[in-house]
Design a protein around this ligand. Sequence first.
Ligand SMILES: Nc1ncnc2c1ncn2[C@@H]1O[C@H](COP(=O)(O)OP(=O)(O)OP(=O)(O)O)[C@@H](O)[C@H]1O
Ligand SMILES: [Mg+2]
Length: 450
Amino acid sequence: MDTRNLLYLKPPNTPAVLLSDVRAAGWDAQVAENPNEARAKINSERYHVGLALFDSKNYIDFTGENLTSMGGSMKWIALLHPSQMQNEHISQMIQENFYDYHTLPADSKRLLPILGHAYGMASIPYKPLIQQGDAHPGEDEMVGTSPAMLALFSNLRKIASVDAPVLIIGERGTGKELGAKAIHERSSRSGGPFVAANCSTLPPALIQSELFGYEKSAFTGAAQRQIGRIEAAAGGTIFLDEIGDLPMDMQINLLRFLQEKTIERVGGTKHINVDTRVIAATHVDLETAVKEGRFREDLYYRLHVLDLKMPALRDRNEDIELLARFFFKKFTTEKHKNVRGFTQEAIRIMSNHDWPGNVRELINRIRRAMVMCENGLITPADLGLERRTSGRYMQTLAEVRSTAERAAIQTALRRTHNNVSKAAQELGVSRVTLYRLMEKCSLHNARGTI
Ligand SMILES: Nc1ncnc2c1ncn2[C@@H]1O[C@H](COP(=O)(O)OP(=O)(O)OP(=O)(O)O)[C@@H](O)[C@H]1O
Ligand SMILES: [Mg+2]
């Protein structure tokens, strides 16, 4: 059995309340006086339980994010004054990040059982939320609550209720294929097959036989009759992805199919009736392709009876956090047991990122972050977004510098109870320089003067 060890994080110059009782109860308790010191200790030894003493002035130093980003599976307990629970920021932080809390006055009879429970909880082997081998419920679920997605869901239901061709338009990774499947599943054809074909990856020489099939001896190597994907989707739906890349001579065949509902296999002479719904998708502007003579106008109008426009992720900011948490949960397995979620900074950076690769990019970044994450919560660096700034969130170097400067000064002042000399010493600058910087950052010490 592991030693029952505990990390006691408390502000400097504050007595470690109940420390002797905790040690007397058999805990190996180490003390840290700031989050950096705590992190260093956690990195060199495994702790099950953390105890964080809040001090009326210094609680900011102990934000839940700081604490819980340390030691993934550790359970943290807060020790605080009852009045501090009235503070919305603190109570929310406790609720989100702590296993439990103990209100002062200190009472070892109440605290020790909490520590014991926390130890027990931290020692349970991790059970993933999503069981491997499940039928992956909701695998094709479309997630979104933004106005753009709600409008999309409503269009999708209408489109599913009629049996006409559909053109899905959207940037890469916006969910075009997922949308096509959703239409199929909600349509009267849901009992039939859903077959996909990508016009940009099928070799031009094979595309005709892939889509329309071939008869025995249609060409060298055609030892027997083979049906094509349109026929394979009979009674269901064929999804033609990247329709803009369909070669011109194939476009006429597809048009004929849409008009007459019949196909001709390669090497065949018969017109075969096939009942398949066509859903096509494109990430390029087909109208331009029509104007430039790369896409048949008649086919364009035939396909475009109904259309579904997939919104870019950057145009539905509200969904980013929701999707991030959805995929995080979806990909969580035993091997990510120490990763519990995202830092607030990661959520902020994700909400400001431009997402050129849309949902597919979000998925890839989250998968990567779950592997890279070392400290319990996914950071912008884990997502590969640390230095990125999008078009809509651009900071100059001077702004970044001054924000960092301001934060460092505030922290030092808080830690030293607004003692400017001590804060200056901590920051490695002279008092005069610190006063000048405080003036520049419009910071005042506790007495309201600088
Ligand atoms: N709203 C959504 N909710 C949940 N998952 C989504 C959503 N939109 C897209 N996805 C997921 O994102 C990935 C990319 O979606 P999909 O393949 O449908 O996009 P696409 O537009 O066809 O992309 P591409 O242009 O790269 O072919 C898939 O794994 C899909 O399940
Ligand atoms: Mg696709």
